[in-house]
Design a protein around this ligand. Structure first.
Ligand SMILES: Cc1ncc(COP(=O)(O)O)c(C=O)c1O
Length: 394
């Protein structure tokens, strides 16, 4: 069978429906299309381009890495940037060890394997993964099995068996399902991002932590989208004071180059033996150098405070829009991660905003998501939210 080839996507497989403009450049928090139009970007490559476009420190780090001539070595050999990046991440988190990979889905696959390995090492042989309704963890077979979207799952059954879904907030169900007999791990996003920017109440995260401890199951935080400064804290879970055993990262980690990471405690890492897991590209010197530039920038004094302060500017403006506009059901978010729940399809607002040169993305059918670069200026934030206000009024 020949696949249909459209004029828009040429020979690319049509799993995406790209919007009109073709982008050829970027500057700050704007993307430049081939017709010269400039678009204010509140998508950031889906929460990836934390430093926006053309950040001098990021660009210099990538150029310097290229100048060494060492793009890739494989993990048969050691390189300096990966080791330094792992140290940066462990010094600033609950974790003692890091496994680098290439995407969010791959990070979650690794987390599931490490959880099963840990359980097996303790002669428990527990394999079940508990996930939550509204969650998104990726599109590979294991990550998809833990993603609560039947439309994404059904065409590809059977997926990885042994995943059960619970409702966020239902402590009774949590107690019944997370079991010392079956549960290897519980995976949760501290803020359900693709699910509509739904923050998980801190008391519930605490209950999940306690349920895991009682059942000798591991707690995995998926911070692929909400980690590394997006919420105005280095880790989204910092606001709750609750720590996981494993955390997965990806999107912003290497500032737009593909990179994921699984962070784990020594307690879990002690179960993992050489040869248990691997990936050819993970943590190579080019991506790790890019990631070090991102991490160092986010770690600069005042950076996270600035994200929190900008979040307050956005919060105030969106709050006023919500009061004045009947299309807005709710506004949720923190830092530079915002969701606006609407009475109308999010796609309509995203498309109308594109016509006004503002890039937005949905998070579920009726939530418009704002995830601008963390470096977006106050002026650009205000301009973008005003464009959105105009679109909602139209
Ligand atoms: C919370 C979360 N986990 C995992 C993923 C999957 O990441 P990737 O697309 O890099 O595989 C995503 C992507 O949106 C995500 O938001």
């Amino acid at each position: 069978m020949t696949l249909p080839v459209s004029e828009d996507t040429g020979s690319l497989l049509e799993v995406y429906r790209p919007a009109g403009p073709v982008f050829v450049g970027g500057e700050g928090s704007r993307l430049i299309a081939e017709d010269g139009r400039r678009y204010l970007d509140f998508v950031s490559g889906i929460a990836v381009n934390a430093l926006g476009y053309g950040d001098p420190a990021f660009d210099d780090a990538v150029r310097a890495a290229l100048d060494t001539g060492l793009v890739h070595t494989s993990n048969l050999y050691r390189t300096v940037p990966g080791t330094e990046l792992a140290a940066w991440l462990t010094e600033r988190s609950f974790a003692d060890r890091v496994f680098f990979c290439n995407s969010g889905a791959e990070a979650n696959e690794g987390a599931f394997k490490f959880a099963r390995r840990w359980s097996r090492e303790r002669s428990r042989d527990k394999v079940e993964i508990v996930a939550f309704r509204g969650s998104f963890h990726g599109r590979t077979f294991g990550a998809l099995a833990a993603t609560d979207r039947s439309a994404f799952q059904e065409p590809f059954q059977p997926l990885m068996p042994g995943v059960r879904f619970l409702s966020v907030g239902d402590v009774g169900e949590l107690g019944r399902v997370v079991s010392g007999e079956q549960t290897a791990a519980v995976i949760i996003e501290p803020i359900l991002a693709e699910g509509g920017i739904l923050p998980v109440p801190h008391e519930f995260l605490q209950s999940v932590r306690e349920a895991c401890d009682a059942a000798e199951a591991l707690l995995i935080f998926d911070e692929v989208q909400v980690g590394l400064g997006r919420t105005g804290r280095l880790w989204a879970h910092d606001a709750s004071g609750i720590e996981p055993d494993i955390m997965t990262l990806a999107k912003p980690l290497a500032g737009g180059l593909p990179m994921g990471a699984v962070l784990l405690t020594d307690r879990v890492a002690s179960a993992i033996q050489p040869g248990d897991h691997a990936t050819t590209f993970g943590g190579g010197p080019l991506v790790a150098s890019a990631a070090l530039a991102v991490c160092r920038k986010i770690g600069e004094p005042g950076f996270l405070e600035a994200v929190r302060r900008k979040g307050e500017v956005v919060s105030e403006m969106l709050g006023a829009i919500a009061l004045a506009n009947e299309k807005v059901v709710a506004v949720r978010g923190t830092g530079l991660l915002w969701g606006i729940e609407l009475t109308v399809p999010a796609a309509e607002i995203v498309s109308a905003a594109l016509d006004r040169q503002l890039l937005l993305v949905g998070a579920g059918p009726r939530v418009v998501r704002l995830v601008p670069p963390l470096t977006t200026t106050d002026e650009d934030l205000i301009e973008g939210v005003k464009i959105l206000e105009g679109v909602l009024q139209a």
